[in-house]
Ligand binder design. Sequence first.
Ligand SMILES: Cc1cc2nc3c(=O)[nH]c(=O)nc-3n(C[C@H](O)[C@H](O)[C@H](O)COP(=O)(O)OP(=O)(O)OC[C@H]3O[C@@H](n4cnc5c(N)ncnc54)[C@H](O)[C@@H]3O)c2cc1C
Length: 274
Amino acid sequence: MDGFDLMMKFKEQCDNLKTPIVSSNLKTVEKNGDVYRAVLEDGIEIDAISIILAVGRERRKLSLPKEEEWTGNGVSYCCTCDAPLYRNKKAAAVVGGGNAAVEGAVLLAKYAETVYLIYRRDELTRPEPILLKVLHQTDNVKVLYSTEITELLGSDESGLTGIRVNKSWEGQDELTIDGLFVEAGADPRLDIPNQLGLEINPNTGEVHVDKGLNTSVAGIYAAGDLTDGTELKQTITAASQGAIAALSAYQHIMEVKSGWQDAKSSAPAGVSGD
Ligand SMILES: Cc1cc2nc3c(=O)[nH]c(=O)nc-3n(C[C@H](O)[C@H](O)[C@H](O)COP(=O)(O)OP(=O)(O)OC[C@H]3O[C@@H](n4cnc5c(N)ncnc54)[C@H](O)[C@@H]3O)c2cc1C
């Protein structure tokens, strides 16, 4: 089944369970007693006992002309995901100097004939020593230090076919490559978490969650790439966290509703807790 059909199945399941899907941007969340008010971009307000935040992260870009247009056509932001597409290709490049870039270059080297690892500083200091050892044992990865990409080369028909660099490599300032991987990090989207005062992991900058995907604020859960729940940021781990967060959110709703019953008070207007 392809991705689109799978999404339609998810939508059908939501429709059958009478779960509305609202397509909009969440702008603010305010707390009022046990209830959160989520205000969407188009003015829609939703009152909820629990909220699961799954707003992901923003990949850092090179901000070069054509980068956006050629994303998926020679430009990628995830070696783990797209490296196998470069099997038997002549050359690919990875930009970055952290663990993800080094791991990505080593992985890509299993598929492409030559891999250029392009780093703007003169030494790789951030990656784990074991990764650096593996990198130096991988003959077909060429590390270009103190180098930055100044231009993406190609056409809208072919997509990316090469890059221009500010420091020549073996006498060339143009490198012909089949793919460019930007592994320069990604920033969790923290607007809403910061509004709510959620605890942020100081080491990773991600929303801190426990095993139940609880954040530091009762009733607010977080799942996926936004969180420090797992280092492996993939669809399957995000989906698994979504399931765990949903169960935690459900349990929280039951507790709050039973508290209202004990106090013989009713839910605030418009909040069913369903
Ligand atoms: C180029 C690329 C290729 C990848 N390929 C693979 C792959 O092949 N296999 C794999 O397993 N993983 C892959 N990944 C990783 C995978 O996409 C992520 O791990 C996964 O999508 C994380 O899910 P998420 O729900 O946390 O975040 P996302 O999928 O990023 O979803 C977050 C959503 O929240 C929305 N959003 C943000 N802010 C707001 C707001 N204020 N209001 C409303 N909505 C908002 C965003 O628009 C987005 O739709 C890839 C990632 C990239 C970047």
